[in-house]
Ligand binder design. Structure first.
Ligand code: ZN
Ligand code: ZN
Length: 150
């Protein structure tokens, strides 16, 4: 029982670390010194891949390294790595499939939590410039995006 609690605590920790550090990285680095890479996500690029996908690769690599390092004893590193991986998969499903429809599997959400984060991310894409963007997180967004407006 205790092992499960241990695993869950660190999985959730990994997930939350990603949303918080992702917010910071997105706001201060991607919309800062690494804008040249991130702008490929904001300005339509040719082809299916964006140079911006490099960020996902880096996060994926960090998760893999943590999982490998922690695999022997199933310690915190292993579970944080799993949390980061789950974040990455959820991010891909919501951001890349649901919101940007890189593959057309899901329809635009009509209500509830998904509609809120959908609107928040659309707000992030309104000006598609480096400066003055809003709403840098994906899962944790300001409450105003959940209020219904027609
Ligand atoms: Zn951005
Ligand atoms: Zn986006």
């Amino acid at each position: 029982m205790l092992q499960y609690m241990y695993a869950i605590v660190f999985i959730v920790t990994g997930f939350i670390i990603m949303e918080l550090s992702g917010w910071l990285i997105h706001k201060y680095i991607m919309h800062g010194p690494l804008w040249n890479i991130h702008k490929t996500h904001h300005q339509h690029s040719r082809g299916w891949f964006e140079l911006n996908d490099l960020f996902s690769l880096v996060f994926g690599l960090i998760a893999i390294i943590l999982i490998v390092l922690g695999a022997k004893n199933l310690d915190a590193r292993f579970w944080i790595g799993i949390g980061i991986s789950l974040y990455g998969m959820s991010y891909f499903i919501l951001h890349d499939i649901l919101i940007h429809r890189r593959v057309k599997w899901l329809k635009k959400p009509k209500s509830g939590y998904l509609l809120g984060i959908f609107r928040a991310h659309q707000a992030h894409h309104v000006n598609n410039k480096r400066d003055d963007a809003v709403s840098f997180g994906l899962f944790l967004v300001p409450f105003r995006y959940f209020k219904s407006k027609k």
